[in-house]
Design a binder for this molecule. Structure first.
Ligand SMILES: [Zn+2]
Length: 212
């Protein structure tokens, strides 16, 4: 018997979450492929920083080279659960892993560990008036959530991963403290004018700082 509870979505980010129970092909338990150790350890550290206890009993994370394919498309990751534990599979081909940035690898692993170790399901909500996803657990895209250059975004998404009630970050709030520093006006120009160095542009008579 093999049963699979939802959740296969068409994903740009090539993710798949399926909780399956199977007595046909036993899931690996307690096996962590060395190439993922860095990210799993980091996940546990991030959990500890937030006083979240992670049960690693029966957990495994292994790799495969070919895309995971189902009716929803091609996927880079899969999480399966059984009574014995939870197994994550990460696709390590060029598109999913070899060519991915460190941040993208972390996001992919953390997303799957969110399923496997935090029992989180997908959440593809966006912040109001934006197309910014609220959670690393979204099933649409993971590619642009954060990079190594946006540590504030990384912190928010990892906070939210461990606590779905994390408040919206400042960088998605509407700006209300704007200050006008220059009120510039547009100049109507009927055509293009070629100007040599030293010439005074005929269409800029009122802006001394625009003269050379
Ligand atoms: Zn997922």
């Amino acid at each position: 018997m093999r049963c699979i509870r939802p959740i296969n979505f068409p994903l740009y980010s090539l993710l798949l979450f399926a909780i399956s129970c199977t007595d046909g092909n036993p899931l690996p338990t307690g096996k962590i492929d060395p190439e993922f150790t860095l990210y799993v350890d980091r996940f546990v550290q991030e959990a500890q920083l937030r006083n979240v206890t992670v049960d690693m009993g029966g957990f495994s994370i292994t790799s495969k080279n070919d895309f995971i394919v189902d009716s929803g498309g091609r996927h880079c990751g899969e999480t399966s659960g059984s009574l014995k534990g939870t197994a994550v599979t990460i696709v390590t081909n060029f598109d999913c892993w070899t060519n991915a940035s460190e941040a993208a690898k972390e996001i992919l692993i953390f997303h799957e560990l969110g399923h496997a170790l935090l029992k989180r399901e997908h959440n593809s909500a966006t912040f109001p008036n934006t197309n910014i996803y609220k959670s690393i657990m979204n099933y649409v895209t993971l590619s642009d959530l954060y990079t190594k250059y946006t540590p504030d975004k990384r912190k928010y998404y990892i906070d939210e991963l461990f606590d779905k009630n994390t408040p919206a970050p400042d960088w998605v709030q509407e700006r209300t403290n704007s200050k006008e520093i220059l009120n510039d006006s547009l100049i109507n120009i009927s055509g293009w004018e070629f100007i040599k160095p030293g010439d005074t542009p005929s269409f800029l008579p009122t802006f001394p700082w625009a003269r050379n």
